[in-house]
Design a protein. Sequence first.
Lengths: 385, 302
Amino acid sequence: MNILLSLSDNLTTFWEYSGFANSTIGHITMIVIGLFFIFLAVKYEYEPLLLIPIGFGILIGNIPFNEAANLQIGIYEEGSVLNILYQGVVQGWYPPLIFLGIGAMTDFTALISNPKLILIGAAAQFGIFGAYFIALQMGFEPNQAGAIGIIGGADGPTAIFITSKLAPNLLGAVAISAYSYMALVPVIQPPFMRLLTNDKERVIRMKTPRAVSQTEKIIFPIVGLLLTTFLVPSGLPLLGMLFFGNMLKESGVTRRLAETARGPLIDIVTILLGVTVGASTQATTFLKFQSLQIFGIGAISFVIATCAGILFVKFLNLFLKRDNKINPLIGNSGVSAVPDSARISQQIGVGYDPNNYLLMHAMGPNVAGVIGSAVAAGILLGFLY
Amino acid sequence: MNMTEKIKLSILVISLLLLAGCNKNIEHPDWVINEVMVNNKTNFIDDFGERHAWIEIYNNTARTQNLTGAFLTNDPNNPKKYPIPQGDVKTIVKPHQHVVFWADNMPSKGTFHLNFKLDPDKENYIALYELDGKTLLDKITIPAGIPADKTYGYEADGIESDQAGNYLGKVLDRVTPGSNNMVIGENPKIVSLKKNDPWGVMITITSMLVVFLGLIVLYFVFKFTGRIAKRLTRLNAIRSGKLSAYKTHEISGEVLAAISAAIYEMDQDVHDKESTILTIDEVKRTYSPWSSKIYNMRQLPK
């Protein structure tokens, strides 16, 4: 009898520690969301490099366990392996490393050859401040509103970096929102691109970009760094690494370093960033009404950024000569989802004129958007931190 | 104005901007003698349960620093009066944190008990010297007659003077040994924004102005460097006697691509039969070298 009682006690204890006994409706909801992310990545190839790590991270982060037992396995339990990896997000180490890789893989030629495209990258930052405005009206504190607003920059690393400084408690929601909408750029942007342009504008053919010398390419990261960081020093970690990565690429004498930065390094950091951001959505911490609000504001901010970029191009065209007009379909590329939004410009453009190739033109505002969002982030940090 | 003059003018303008921004009044000593109590009647008690005068030192940097080996003194002629002992981990001070020394003339009680006292009836000079005993890290002069249980120091930690260079030392309203002199309940920037800009309109306008300003400056710089690059290319072409060849570059990249392809084919012996004639046939459908990229792109999701 005693043996049976002991066995029963042991099995009860085992059951109490199992995921089944500790699961809640929140855990199940998050697991379904994680599976949906993986489905989107595999079935439709929506940003698989982001959605697979994040989706799987959501599964990892939402395996229920006995939190009272202090097993040091959860991402929010100090000293756990996931918690140690998560420090790269919380302390803001990963985003600058991602920017190093982005710098080393980005060709700024389109921007250098046609510098007026830089301004489209500035206009699209209205998405950030539009979202900031809405978040304030919804009752968020200014620092929280700043962190939510940065989703509108369509720049995951920047969003994580700024949120880790301004509102660390919103990190999971902001990061998931930013990366989700970046992945959904092909769904969000095209309707607004069509809505805000007419047939005549969609078939505008832009001038072929001029050839850019190697010297100009080397000058770009140096001047870019000095100008932007003298203006907004708080953007230094992101802008410094972005331009440093580009210097490695363009100098022509650090090929190995550039290849590491744009290859193994960015891959490793992307894996760690994706899986830990995903795991940070632990249902007990993440599932709140506030997270839903952030998701809603994030969607609106992407729409504002897209519309602002397109409308700004139309505004610029009022002042440009007939043979030097800009196709407004590249206005959406002002958001810094590189190169996804530029790819959307191309795909929508060829839909109206099969021989009109907008990709190289759209890359200009696209990379300007990266710079613009990092500058905007630096400004928010200066105002709100 | 020729190109060289324009470059010189641009460099001059940028240099003036940089110099105009240089503020010589800003000084940030690494260590600051932050708060001093000369006459301790009923206030802070040391670890032996006694009351003595105390000196608070503040790490005025964003890095952890070690006070080991530095010297504290109240005598201008004897900078090495109290050597801060080695081997005590408590002398390692985290960024923007404080450490308190007791001026009780009882160094045998431990690292933080000095070998001198402060005199409430006289002016007290206190200085902190570097390991060499010569380099002054910080000093403060406490005026005579500070009331009992009041401290003299700086209202905001580590800030000894304002932008105009005015000294900010004063008798403080609150006694805060080992902690911030100014207690900040809320972020003052946030409080100010909530009060003055509840809709976020001003911050939006300001921020967008700065974003546009930054990128407009980049636009002008690269427009300018682009022009220089074009001129240099042209100059090089003139020097090498290939100006006519250079001019053809300006006509059309697509024509050049076609010529290059034809030359390549000729070089590979796949050209047409006439050995000295290069034939370029125009295809009906306009070709762009970018067209090949379309096959590399992911299709728009349905």
